[in-house]
Write a protein that binds this ligand. Structure first.
Ligand code: DP6
Length: 362
């Protein structure tokens, strides 16, 4: 059982239980092969692989103060963008409850979580990956203060493991530029418990890949990802979808090795559309794309044909479009985005981002 490896069992010296503050910056990520469908506790139904981003990140500081007497509850306050926030508390509370067995020392403290995002609030960009991983990394910094023998490798592995228990995709934000999560027989070291830095040959074109996020709709999500994953449980196409993802990973390994951008484009777009096809055919069904999402996709296809660049799109569980392209096509694609696409975005909003190397301590 891999999980056993993550139970903190270092003798806790009373003098080490003191006040402190730890801070991390952790990025968001964008999946190329999507995670959609899981079983308890946050075990993915298929392997996923993502680019870690750079400019979309969460910054979190965790202030910890010893409790007068340890108790089974975890006491905390959330301060989001300078204001106390009650809305985030239930998700963080269940995260703390879920991870208490691995980081039992959290019951010795009261916490203040100060957190903010680099991207606009309610932009439709999921902040759970960056937010949960930043918090998990802060907890690992406390663990390291309590147990200085914690190695760098174990630190990152357990940070990803804890992040996963907060939000599945968060386990792919700790390192970069590409992270795999979920066991796959063709990827050495891949497993369901935590994300690993892509361990096989990687063509340099993928180290500097660009991602321009077009904010098409900033409305509240119609369906939370937790509910969305749940709809895969009795989905008539579930097994075929999980197999498709596993097959895409096999193809992706070759693509990543050879820098085969034609096949890259094909797999990435097929993944995005399969994800949405699953939502459109679940019970109840959802349509998360908006008319402008489709308009953007069509324009991308036309531009790709005309320009012979390897621009492609992907989508999360929402209407926003991520445009992926190699660094060498940056100028051409950025002009296209500004001239033809931003008019289709909510308030003309978009964010340039690119593949990054993961989280960093502050
Ligand atoms: C569509 O990680 O947000 O972005 O594990 O319930 O927190 P939970 O779900 P979450 O799901 C992300 C789904 C996705 C695809 C992906 O990132 O792989």
């Amino acid at each position: 059982m891999i999980e056993k490896e993550f139970i903190f069992n270092y003798p806790l010296a009373a003098e080490l239980i003191k006040n402190g503050k730890v801070s991390w910056q952790s990025p968001s990520n964008i999946a190329l092969v999507k995670y959609w469908g899981k079983t308890e506790p946050q075990i993915p139904k298929n392997t996923s692989i993502s680019f870690t981003l750079s400019n979309c990140f969460t910054t979190t500081s965790l202030i910890y103060i010893p409790k007068k007497a340890p108790s089974k509850t975890v006491d905390f306050k959330v301060i989001f963008e300078g204001k106390e926030n009650e809305a985030f508390k239930p998700k963080i509370k269940s995260f703390f409850e879920r991870i208490a067995v691995y980081v039992p020392f959290i019951q010795n403290y009261e916490f203040e979580i100060h957190t903010q995002n680099s991207f606009p609030h309610s932009s439709g960009i999921a902040s759970s990956a960056s937010g949960m991983s930043a918090l998990a990394l802060c907890l690992m910094s406390i663990e390291k203060n309590l147990n200085p023998e914690t190695s760098e490798t174990y630190f990152l592995k357990k940070a990803s493991f804890l992040s996963r228990l907060g939000s599945g995709s968060a386990c792919r934000s700790v390192e970069g530029p590409l992270v795999v999560w979920g066991k796959h027989p063709n990827i050495y070291g891949s497993n369901d418990q935590y994300g690993i830095k892509y361990p096989a040959d990687l063509h340099p074109v993928f180290e500097t890949f660009q991602d321009c996020i077009l904010l098409v709709d900033r409305g509240v999500k119609q369906v939370s990802s937790t509910v969305g994953h749940g709809l895969m449980t009795d989905h008539p196409f579930a097994e075929a979808r999980f197999k498709q993802a596993q097959d895409h990973i096999v193809k992706m390994i070759e693509v990543l090795k050879k820098g085969d951008l034609d096949t890259f484009v094909e797999i990435v777009e097929k993944e995005a559309l399969s994800l949405h096809a699953m939502m459109m055919s679940s019970d109840p069904y959802f349509m998360l794309m908006k008319p402008n999402t489709l308009k953007i996709i069509e324009k991308i296809w036309n531009f790709r044909k005309k320009s012979k660049t390897h621009i492609c799109f992907t989508l999360d569980a929402g209407a926003n479009v991520h445009i992926l392209y190699p660094d060498k096509d940056k100028e051409l694609v950025n002009n296209f985005i500004i001239n033809d696409l931003i008019g289709l975005c909510d308030n003309n909003q978009y964010i340039y981002d690119e593949a990054g190397l993961g989280a960093s301590p502050l």
